[in-house]
Design a protein around this ligand. Structure first.
Ligand SMILES: [Zn+2]
Length: 372
């Protein structure tokens, strides 16, 4: 994360309840026997999961929640009882995500057969994708659905994505009820395909902007590089990147000077985490891509008519930013970083280029008017 999540971020009760339900089921499946109602809790969430079955929903396509629980039960019956017990204990003992981030266990479920792992993954995915929206589950969780939770999350953490600081989580629409507002997708910090035990863990799910979640991260593993090497990751609730970043202007005398993002720490663990953050969300590519033309950025943001205006304008962009602005305005953090870097170098080269491009623009403008 560029900025940590607020420690008072609301937990989504639907996820808390579904997570408890999964743990309850694993505990009660240890003994084996036959698949029955009592494998799920007596509470409303257990009932909603049980009722959501092909048998109860004529015409349902594909397996529903109870069917997914049943398939996992059958797969686990093929395992020794000790393995079923180990699965329950593993989930029970690994509920603290802070502990996981500080000492990640990348092969938490390596003792499971492929068949059981797949059945667990299918169930976990169904709990997240479909079961969370069942009315019975929502009713049991103080009647708050994911849209309500998202609105609460945004009130506390702000409108801008905490992972990148570059995009709004979702556009806010005036004249539209809270219930109908658009919401961001929830990212599984530990992706559900590799860490199914955390598929509905309330601390594992973080609303992120569309680019972070859908374009950049996808199912990347926070704790393993694509080449298979282990790595560490920033804990979204306790560690962030913004204090370890520097932007510098390189190749000042070239026709196109570049803004370059660097890490300003030598601590090996922090560097490892920053590199993970960069790889997962493509931070460097996005920042350096946004500011690929310094001259254009100066023109768009300041539009100076002389060298002095350029100087004053750049300096004004280096002022400390109000914390609320950082929560409201996308790119605010990065823009200040880039303008501070511009302010630290000789700006006369930029002014020369601006004058040149302004002249070109005027000629181009005349051409367009003449061509009408
Ligand atoms: Zn983002």
């Amino acid at each position: 994360m560029l900025f940590v999540l607020d420690p008072t971020s609301p937990k989504f009760m639907v996820f808390e309840k579904l997570n408890e339900e999964l743990l309850y089921f694993l505990q009660h499946s240890v003994a084996g026997g036959r698949f029955k109602r009592s494998l799920l809790s007596r509470h409303a969430v257990g009932q909603a999961c049980w009722d959501n079955a092909k048998a109860n929903n004529a015409g349902a396509k594909g397996d529903l929640t109870r069917d997914k629980f049943h398939k996992l039960f059958l797969a686990l019956k093929e395992e020794a009882q000790a393995v079923r017990h180990q699965l329950f204990v593993t989930m029970q003992n690994n509920q603290n995500l802070n502990t996981f981030f500080s000492a990640p266990n990348r092969s938490l479920l390596s003792f499971l057969s492929d068949n059981s792992f797949k059945a667990l993954k299918n169930l976990a995915s169904h709990l997240y994708c479909s079961t969370k929206d069942l009315q019975g589950v929502i009713t049991a969780a103080n009647n708050k659905n994911i849209g309500n939770h998202f609105n609460d999350f945004r009130l506390i953490n702000g409108e801008v994505c905490r992972a990148c600081g570059m995009e709004k989580l979702a556009p806010f629409r005036a004249h539209v009820d809270d219930e109908e507002q658009w919401r961001a997708d929830y990212d599984h910090q530990l992706c559900k395909s590799k860490y199914p035990l955390y598929a509905v863990h309330p601390d594992n799910l973080v609303p992120l902007c569309r680019t972070c979640n859908q374009d950049a991260k996808k199912a990347k593993d926070l704790f393993k590089c694509t080449n298979g090497l282990d790595r560490l990751a920033l804990n979204p609730f306790t560690e962030d990147a913004h204090n370890f970043l520097t932007v510098e202007i390189e190749n000042l005398l070239d026709p196109e000077p570049k803004a370059i993002l660097k890490w300003n720490t030598r601590n090996a663990a922090t560097l490892d985490k920053l590199n993970t953050w960069d790889d997962v969300y493509e931070i460097r590519n996005r920042v350096e891509g946004k500011y690929i033309s310094i001259v254009n950025i100066i023109q768009d943001e300041i539009n100076p008519s002389n060298a002095q205006e350029l100087d004053v304008g750049v300096q004004s962009k280096t002022r400390q930013i109000n914390a609320n602005t950082l929560k409201r305005k996308e790119w605010a953090f990065w823009e200040r970083k880039v303008f501070s870097a511009i302010n630290a170098v000789d700006k006369s080269a930029f002014w020369a280029q601006l004058e040149f491009s302004n002249e070109q623009g005027e000629e181009g403008g005349e051409y367009i008017i003449q061509g009408d």
